[in-house]
Design a protein around this ligand. Structure first.
Ligand code: UT7
Length: 337
């Protein structure tokens, strides 16, 4: 048995902030942000929540797969920004979709590696025959974890959700490769949290003073980690599956920084065209970035059955990992069609 993707979906909040809006909050400018990160704007929740975005992305993925919610046996949500501690976001998605037969749980804390780890977890269950169907979601309201007074971090992040429906298929699965290095965890932390972003909600920015309640990052340390470890883990996953770079149609990397993606392409001696990016539009949406990009490629008709993709995530923990996906999603369905 093998876990295969049979539908994708995403949800993006309509409210946006461009770099000039951010320059109204902290001492920065559009040119610096574009050149150092590639980000031009980010979408921020207003009425949405992590759970509502996850449910909408999941609903769209089910429609894309031509599957009913009642057919789902597993719902996994990767998130570091759930609205409440209990119930978990996956159970809120279950309630919203009416996926009454699904077992539901969240993968918290794996941050920007979260979707890759959730995909691997679902694949393992499907390959073992424990479940026959799964909905895997990455959903984040990072605006609520962002210190909007810290120019080193607030330029980067955005909100959104992406989802993939998976089912058990014939054949052997691909081996994933994943790593963690807790010894370097101080490079990217968030000790506690406020339940609001202070921008589009009632909690006032002046009341949100404890820096430990926001994401704190040693940007250069994370940057160096990413440009070294991501090419390594991609090489490892190719070797583990007896594949070469030429076998891979696209590398779908966590969308953290354009310069990281470019550096990974260079170290792998692969053309940058094989590394699609959308961080210009969304910023870094942590666990949601890979499935949002996957959904855009799918709905845009870029992916064909049999093509091999590598998904690679990296981030807090520190954690990183890569997985090979053989595309098998037959239904192309652009939004609005
Ligand atoms: O999702 C996974 C986790 N996150 C990441 O992968 C992020 C990885 N790191 C990065 O993307 C980059 O390190 C950043 C985008 C966060 C920062 O870029 P950088 O090129 O590493 O900048 P830096 O921290 O080395 O700062 C360079 C200069 C400093 O000024 P001085 O000391 O050279 O005078 C900073 O004070 O740029 C200054 N600076 C800014 N200037 C304008 C830092 N942030 C800003 C800003 N606007 N927003």
């Amino acid at each position: 048995m093998n876990g295969i993707i049979c539908g994708t979906g995403s949800y993006i909040p309509s409210y946006t902030m461009d770099n000039n809006d951010i320059a109204g909050l902290v001492d920065t400018n559009d040119m610096w942000i574009r050149e150092r990160t590639g980000v031009v704007k980010r979408h921020i929740i207003k009425d949405e929540t992590t759970a509502s975005m996850a449910a909408e992305a999941g609903k769209r993925a089910l429609e894309n797969a031509g599957m009913k919610a009642e057919e789902l046996e597993l719902i996994l949500v990767a998130t570091i920004s759930s609205n409440v501690i209990l119930p978990c976001t996956a159970c809120e998605v279950q309630k919203s979709l009416g996926a009454v037969h699904a077992t539901c749980f969240d993968l918290g804390g794996a941050a920007c590696t979260g979707f890759v780890l959730a995909y691997n977890t679902a694949s393992a269950y499907l390959e073992a025959g424990v479940y026959k169907t799964a909905l895997v979601i990455g959903s984040e309201s990072l605006s609520a974890l962002t210190n909007w007074k810290d120019r080193r971090t607030c330029i980067l992040f955005g909100d959104g959700a992406g989802a993939a429906v998976m089912k058990a298929g014939e054949g052997k699965g691909w081996l994933p490769v994943t790593h963690s290095d807790g010894g370097k965890g101080e490079a990217l932390t968030c000790r506690s949290r406020y339940c609001s972003n202070g921008l589009t909600s009632k909690l006032r920015p002046e009341d949100m003073t404890d820096e430990a309640n926001f994401i704190q990052m040693d940007g250069q340390a994370v940057f160096k980690f990413a440009v070294k470890r991501v090419p390594e883990v991609i090489q490892e996953v190719l070797e583990a599956n007896a594949l070469k770079g030429e076998d891979i149609f696209l590398y779908i990397l966590h969308q953290a920084n354009k310069r990281i993606v470019e550096a990974v392409a260079k170290r792998l001696s692969e053309p940058i065209e094989k590394f699609p990016m959308n961080l210009e539009e969304y910023g870094n949406t942590s666990s949601a970035s890979i499935p949002i990009l996957l959904d855009e490629l799918n709905r845009g008709g870029r992916l064909k059955t049999g093509q091999k993709l590598v998904l690679a995530g990296f981030g807090a923990g520190l954690t990183w990992g890569a997985v090979v996906v053989e595309w098998s999603c037959p239904v192309k369905q652009p939004y609005g069609s």
